[in-house]
Design a binder for this molecule. Structure first.
Ligand code: NOJ
Ligand code: CA
Length: 702
C-alpha cells in the first residue's frame, strides 16, 4: 500500500453506476478485498487484501498499441453496483460432479477524460478462493482495430515469497521447476540447460501457473483463465521491488502481440489465494471463470485408462518410423523397412488384449501413419505427415474392428510436428476418418519450431490453432489431448472435448533426458502448479523403474508405490498405464491397483500436502462410489497420517493398501512394495511411512 493513501470506498448502492476515484469489492466471505483507485494523473490501480493483510500492493494496468497512443492514464472511472452470483454447475467428467460458482462481480468503466476519450472496462470477480479480472474493449469510435504491443498488468507483492516456477518460455513448458525467492528468480539461467526441440526465453519471466508461499502461510498462484484469441501471458519478474508484470508472447512476424477488433474481452488474469497448500488444488477458480458448456452432451467421450504403443519408442525398443522413402513427393515402401516399427497390427492387438483383460478402456497407437521418417530435426516439415494413411504393416480397419469386439477404444495420434498448415488442411478428413472407425479421442503433438517460421507455441496464432482444432474435432465427436500444447486455462468447461494435455515435463524425460530425469520432488510441485491449470497427460505407471536392459543411464526416480499413487494424485480423464505389457505381466499384484482405480470422480479431497514436499489426495469414483487414495513424497522419507473422515458414516470398507516396504528407496530399492488388505471406517486414523521418493496407494471399497 502506498504510504498515507486513504482508501475511500464509495458505495454505489442504489445507482446503476457512479463516478468515483476509488471503490472496492469483497469476496462473499469477506476474506478477500479488492480496492480500485485512480491516482492524480488518472492512472488506474488496484490492491488486494486477504484477511486484512496486504497481498497485492499498488498495481497499475494499461496497454500499449502499435497503431495508437498508449492507454494507461487520464482516466475517469464509473463503477457499477457489485453483483453476487451463487450457482452450481456439473462437470460432464471431472475431479468432482458439482461445482459451486460463488463470487461478487464489479465492472469498472474507464474513459479517457480528454483527447480520444477511449474506453476500457475492467471486470473483477472476487471468490472466496481468489480473484479474476479481465479487460473489456467496448465498441467505440476511436478504438476499432486493436494492435496490442504489450499488456501492462502489474501484480506487485508485499514480501519475498518462496516461489515455485518455470521460465517464461514462449515455446515449451517442459522445464523442471525451480524453488527460489522471487528476488532470486533467474529464468535466463535455463537457456543453457535446455536440450529441447523448441525453446525461447527472451526475458527474466516465468510461465503460469506460478505458485508462491509467504512467511505467514499465505499461498498464491497466478495464472489466466479462458485464453481465447489472445496471446499467452508470461510474467516478467521484478526481483528488486518484488512483483510480476504481464509480458505477452509475441511473434517474429509482427510488431504487435495481439490483434483484435472491438468489442472483445481479454482472458482473465487470476490469483488463487488460500492459507494452505491443499486448498489450492481444491480451488475451482480457473474453470469457474470460463463460460458454460457450449457443446451440450459429450457422453460419446468416456473417461478411461489406456495403454499403448508409446513407452517402447521412448525406450528405443521400437520406432515410430517404418523406413519408407519420399519419392516424387509421395511416401513409398521401397523395401528399406528396418523391422523395428512399433505400430504393427499384431503389436497393437497385444495391447488391445491386455487392456481388455485389465479393465483399461483404451489403446494409444503412435507411429501408425506415414511421415515419421522426416519429423524431428527437419526444417521443412509441411506436407510430410499424413493423418489418414497407415504404414503398410498397420491395418486400421482390422485393428479398430478387433478393439471394438474386445470393448476397447483405439486412441488416435496426430503428431503435427508443428507444421500447422498441413494439419489444418487435413483436419476435416482426419477427424472424419476417426468418426468412421468409432475413435473418439485424439492425442495431438506439436514437436519442433512452429511453421510458419517466427510464430511461437504460446502466441496468438497458436492459441487459435489449438482452440480451432478442438472446436472442429467436437463436430466429429472427437476429444483432444494435446501435447506441446498451449497451457490449460479452464476451457474444458466451455468445450468439454478438451480433455487433457501435456504442458509439463512428462514421464518421457525419464526415458531419455541427459540431465538425470525428473527428480523425486517433481510431482509434489506439479500438483500445486501445473495441475491448478487443468488435467495432465503425465503417463504414469512405470513398473520397471530402472529399465537397464534398454537404457543403463536412465531411470524413473520414484518407487513403484509412488507410480501407483500418481493414478489418484494426478487428475486427468485419460490416464495411461504407460509401461510395457511384459513389465506389467511380471508384476501382477501391483497391477491390480491400476486395474481397480477409477478415472472419473464425484468428489475430490486433498487431505494434506506442502508444495514440493508431499501431497495426499482421496477421490470418489462416480460409477462405483469406491474411494481411491494416493500419497506421494519427494526425496525425503516421511510419516503421514491419514484421517478416513471422508468415508460414509456407519460403513465398513475394505482397504487394499499398496505401500513402500521398510527398506524401499527411489534409487536403492524402488520395487520394494508391500500389499495388504485391512478394514477401515470413517473414524479410522492410520499412520504410514513413505520411503524417500515413495508413495502410497489405497483402494477403498464398501
Ligand atoms: C512428444 C510427446 O510428448 C510424446 O508423448 C510423443 O510420444 C512424441 N512427441 C511423439 O509424438
Ligand atoms: Ca512432450
Amino acid at each position: 500500500m502506498k504510504k498515507g493513501f486513504l482508501v475511500l470506498v464509495i458505495s454505489c448502492l442504489g445507482f446503476i453506476s457512479c463516478e468515483v476515484k476509488s471503490s472496492g469489492v469483497a469476496s462473499p466471505n469477506e476474506n478477500i478485498k479488492v480496492n480500485f483507485h485512480l491516482n492524480e494523473v488518472g492512472k488506474f490501480f488496484y490492491t488486494i487484501h486477504y484477511k486484512n493483510k496486504a497481498i497485492i500492493d499498488t498495481s497499475y494496468v494499461g496497454f500499449e498499441f502499435t497503431n495508437a497512443p498508449a492507454f494507461n492514464k487520464g482516466f475517469i472511472a464509473k463503477v457499477r453496483k457489485p453483483e453476487e452470483v451463487n450457482e452450481t454447475w456439473q462437470m460432464p467428467w471431472g475431479e468432482q460432479l458439482n461445482v459451486v460458482n460463488h463470487y461478487k462481480e464489479v465492472k469498472i468503466e474507464l474513459q479517457e477524460k480528454e483527447n480520444l476519450q477511449r474506453k476500457l472496462n475492467l471486470i473483477f470477480r472476487v471468490y472466496n478462493d481468489g480473484v479474476g479480472f479481465r479487460y473489456e474493449f467496448p465498441e467505440q469510435e476511436n478504438l476499432k482495430e486493436i494492435f496490442i504491443k504489450e499488456e501492462h498488468t502489474e501484480f506487485n507483492l508485499t514480501e519475498d515469497y518462496k516461489t515455485f516456477w518455470i521460465p517464461g518460455d514462449w515455446d515449451i513448458y517442459e522445464h523442471l521447476y525451480s524453488t527460489t525467492k522471487i528476488s532470486e528468480i533467474d529464468a535466463k539461467s535455463y537457456i543453457s540447460k535446455t536440450n529441447l526441440a523448441q525453446s525461447f526465453i527472451p526475458e527474466n519471466a516465468v510461465n503460469t501457473p506460478v505458485t508462491l508461499v509467504g512467511k505467514e502461510g499465505v499461498h498464491l498462484s497466478f495464472h489466466e483463465a479462458a485464453l481465447v484469441d489472445y496471446s499467452g501471458m508470461t510474467l516478467k519478474v521484478d526481483t528488486k521491488n518484488l512483483g510480476f508484470k504481464s509480458n505477452l508472447v509475441g511473434s517474429k512476424n509482427t510488431a504487435y502481440k495481439v490483434k483484435r477488433s472491438a468489442p472483445f474481452k481479454t482472458p482473465w488474469r487470476t490469483i488463487q489465494i488460500t492459507d494452505n497448500a491443499p486448498d489450492l488444488i481444491q480451488s475451482n477458480l480457473i474453470v469457474n471463470l470460463n463460460e458454460p458448456n457450449k457443446l451440450g452432451d459429450v457422453s460419446w467421450f468416456k473417461p478411461m485408462k489406456y495403454t499403448g504403443v508409446w513407452w517402447e519408442m521412448h525406450l528405443g525398443k521400437s520406432s515410430w518410423d517404418y523406413g519408407m522413402e519420399m519419392v516424387d513427393g509421395k511416401w513409398k515402401d521401397t523395401g528399406k523397412a528396418h523391422g523395428k516399427h512399433g505400430a504393427t497390427t499384431q503389436n497393437v492387438k497385444r495391447f488391445i488384449d491386455f487392456s481388455a483383460k485389465n479393465n483399461i478402456g483404451g489403446v494409444l497407437v503412435e507411429g501408425w501413419n506415414t511421415g515419421w521418417e522426416r519429423w524431428i530435426g527437419f526444417e521443412d516439415r509441411e506436407g510430410v505427415f499424413d493423418f489418414v494413411t497407415p504404414y503398410p504393416d498397420y491395418n486400421l480397419e482390422e485393428v479398430t474392428a478387433y478393439a471394438k469386439e474386445k470393448g476397447v477404444e483405439i486412441i488416435m495420434h496426430h503428431e503435427t510436428s508443428a507444421a500447422t498448415q498441413t494439419y489444418e488442411k487435413q483436419q476435416d478428413t482426419a477427424y472424419a476418418l476417426m468418426q468412421k472407425y468409432g475413435m473418439h479421442t485424439v492425442k495431438s503433438g506439436y514437436v519442433g519450431k512452429i511453421l510458419p517460421k517466427g510464430e511461437y507455441h504460446h502466441g496468438q496464432y497458436m492459441v487459435n490453432q489449438y482452440n480451432n482444432a478442438a472446436i472442429k474435432a467436437a463436430k466429429y465427436q472427437v476429444a483432444v489431448n494435446a501435447h506441446e500444447p498451449i497451457k490449460a486455462t479452464g476451457l474444458r468447461r466451455t468445450y468439454p472435448n478438451i480433455i487433457s494435455r501435456e504442458g509439463l515435463r512428462g514421464q518421457e524425460f525419464n526415458a531419455w533426458s541427459s540431465d538425470g530425469g525428473n527428480p523425486p520432488e517433481h510431482l509434489s510441485i506439479v500438483a500445486f502448479t501445473r495441475m491448478l491449470a487443468g488435467p495432465i497427460d503425465f503417463t504414469p505407471g512405470i513398473f520397471n523403474i530402472k529399465f537397464d536392459e534398454y537404457k543403463k543411464e536412465n531411470q524413473v526416480n520414484t518407487t513403484l508405490a509412488h507410480q501407483l499413487a500418481l493414478y489418484v494424485v494426478i487428475y486427468s480423464p485419460v490416464l495411461m498405464a504407460a509401461d510395457l505389457i511384459e513389465h506389467y505381466e511380471a508384476n501382477l499384484k501391483p497391477l491390480q491397483f491400476i486395474k481397480d482405480v477409477g478415472v472419473d470422480w464425484s468428489e475430490t479431497r486433498v487431505l494434506n500436502g506442502e508444495i514440493g514436499d508431499f501431497v495426499t489426495i482421496a477421490r470418489k469414483e462416480r460409477k462405483t462410489e469406491n474411494w481411491f487414495l494416493g500419497s506421494i513424497t519427494d526425496e525425503n522419507a516421511r510419516e503421514i497420517e491419514i484421517d478416513f473422515g471422508f468415508l460414509d458414516e456407519d460403513q465398513v470398507y475394505k482397504a487394499k493398501i499398496y505401500k513402500d516396504a521398510k527398506n524401499a528407496h527411489w534409487n536403492k530399492n524402488p520395487l520394494a512394495i508391500e500389499i495388504e488388505t485391512i478394514e477401515v471406517q470413517k473414524k479410522s486414523k492410520l499412520k504410514f511411512n513413505l520411503a524417500a521418493g515413495g508413495g502410497l496407494a489405497i483402494s477403498i471399497k464398501k
